[in-house]
Write a protein that binds this ligand. Structure first.
Ligand SMILES: NC(=O)c1ccc[n+]([C@@H]2O[C@H](COP(=O)([O-])OP(=O)(O)OC[C@H]3O[C@@H](n4cnc5c(N)ncnc54)[C@H](O)[C@@H]3O)[C@@H](O)[C@H]2O)c1
Length: 443
């Protein structure tokens, strides 16, 4: 299963679904807000589809608009309407009748306000991760969806990773037994992303904010001012789906702890020298932030945020039930009665056996689209749900509950690890909401 899908796949194997419609009036008309690194990635994947048209793009950076226009021209599609005048020009994009659906890939502080405006304008809305920064913003998303009936999908691509979907398949087939405990997180050395030289996005320089480019322009400020799990959804999104959060289960409370902050300061002095002005800054974000969530069904989830220290990438997943467990680190599985007692199995054979129907069907095509293919699946779910204007697999309640980890962990850390309750964003409906049917091969 591992790497085979990445090899030599031509356009001839694009699944039929992507050719479903040739009539332009049946295509989903999409407006992109933010065509930075991530938005351009979405654009490229959208341009491979026959059932969408990119009718409008918006960005405040003319260089990014120009890159996006070149890509659209290269793919021989009609030039989209462009919104680049100022920070609120996106409001003119969401007002367009030529736009059915909107994808928001801007800095975090814009996500909720743009998503709200898009929903108020009746657009099917996709928002990058995290969806919200404060508890008020989490409620804003839910309230706006309930007021307008417009749908919101949080575009969490890790939910569609091949190993994650195989594990979800195993969860749904009860291989792990009753679920008990999970681990996950965002463990990614981002020092070279949080700082650069204002010219190259990654790897050079100790600048950020106005002197930086790409994510260092806006992301680093959060590390300076907030001590919290500021990026929880890549880890918690997949676990929330496995444990039916907001659909028969919900996040009840959390406690959070942060270590001291050393990594970013050390990186600045290494790259820019002791005298660099940024060496005087005191970053609030602890190098390792550890959050423990309790669910109403009696599971615990340990979520780690670790982005300031040297380390190889890992989202650190563990899924553990009454029959056994999977751990991504070490690529290992143990299922009682199937594995040799007290010995780990290599996970590969298990992951292959339980490969998800979606990956079996679309894996070869998906592997071309970046991020090991998961970006194809998250976008496919968005487009397919958007075409029907139905609730997406990862909806507004998920966006709110997952994003709420940031403000709640911040409060807990500030109060010496004091437990913080999650609000019930579903207003009691989690009791009756049935899980989305993940075990199908369409989206
Ligand atoms: N799911 C993933 O794997 C993944 C990967 C990377 C980034 N992301 C998320 O995607 C989002 C964007 O990240 P990125 O790496 O593309 O950052 P980026 O800085 O490269 O791009 C952001 C773009 O938004 C534009 N922008 C800023 N304010 C704007 C406004 N008011 N109106 C219009 N455009 C505006 C910027 O000019 C820039 O081009 C972030 O939320 C990030 O967390 C997700």
């Amino acid at each position: 299963m591992k790497k085979t899908a990445a090899m030599g796949i031509g356009i001839s194997v694009v699944p039929e679904i992507l050719f479903a419609s040739n009539k332009s009036d049946e295509k989903l008309k999409i407006g992109l807000i933010g065509v930075g690194l991530r938005g351009t990635n979405h654009l490229q994947n959208l341009l491979l589809r026959k059932d969408v048209l990119v009718t409008a793009i918006c960005d405040v950076d003319p260089a990014r608009i120009s890159i996006a226009l070149d890509k659209i021209a290269e793919s021989k599609q009609k030039k989209p309407l462009v919104f680049d005048k100022n920070e609120t020009d996106y409001k003119n994009l969401v007002a367009l009748k030529e736009v059915d659906a909107v994808i928001i890939a801007t800095p975090w502080l814009w996500h909720t306000r743009m998503a709200k405006d898009a929903m108020l304008a009746g657009k099917y809305t996709g928002v990058e991760v995290s969806a919200a920064n404060t508890m008020e913003e989490c409620w804003d998303l839910v309230n706006t969806h309930e007021k307008t009936g417009s749908h919101l999908m949080i575009l969490e691509n890790v939910n569609y990773r091949r190993d994650i979907m195989a594990i979800l398949n195993m969860v749904r087939q009860n291989v792990f037994g009753e679920l008990i405990h999970f681990r996950c997180g965002y463990q990614h050395d981002l020092r070279f992303v949080k700082f650069n030289d204002g010219k190259t996005a990654y790897g050079k320089g100790a600048e950020f904010g106005e002197k930086g480019i790409s994510e260092s322009k806006w992301r680093t400020q959060h590390s300076l001012l907030r001590n919290a799990d500021i990026y929880p959804t890549h880890g918690v999104g997949p676990i929330a789906v496995m444990s039916n959060i907001n659909r028969g289960n919900r996040f009840m409370s959390l406690t959070s702890h942060a270590t001291k902050s050393r990594g970013l300061h050390n990186y600045i002095t290494e790259v820019g020298g002791e005298e660099h002005p940024n060496a005087k800054l005191q970053f609030k974000l602890g190098d390792v932030v550890t959050t423990t969530i309790e669910t109403t069904n009696g599971e615990t989830i340990i979520v780690t945020h670790d982005t300031n220290l040297p380390r190889p990438y890992s989202l650190g997943f563990r899924v553990q039930g009454t029959n056994g467990l999977w751990e991504v680190d070490g690529n290992r599985m143990y299922i009682e009665g199937k594995s040799e007692p007290h010995k780990w199995d290599e996970a590969d054979a298990w992951l292959e056996k339980y490969d998800h129907p979606l990956w079996k069907k679309y894996g070869e095509f998906a592997a071309e689209s970046g991020h090991g293919g998961m970006d194809f699946f998250v976008l496919n779910a968005f487009v397919e749900s958007g075409k029907k204007n139905i609730s997406p697999p990862l909806d507004v309640y998920d966006a709110a509950a997952w994003s709420a980890i940031t403000p709640l962990s911040e409060l807990s850390i500030a109060n010496n690890g004091e437990p913080q309750d999650f609000p019930d964003f579903t207003r009691g409906m989690w009791i009756n909401r049935t899980p989305y049917n993940w075990m199908k091969d369409s989206y």
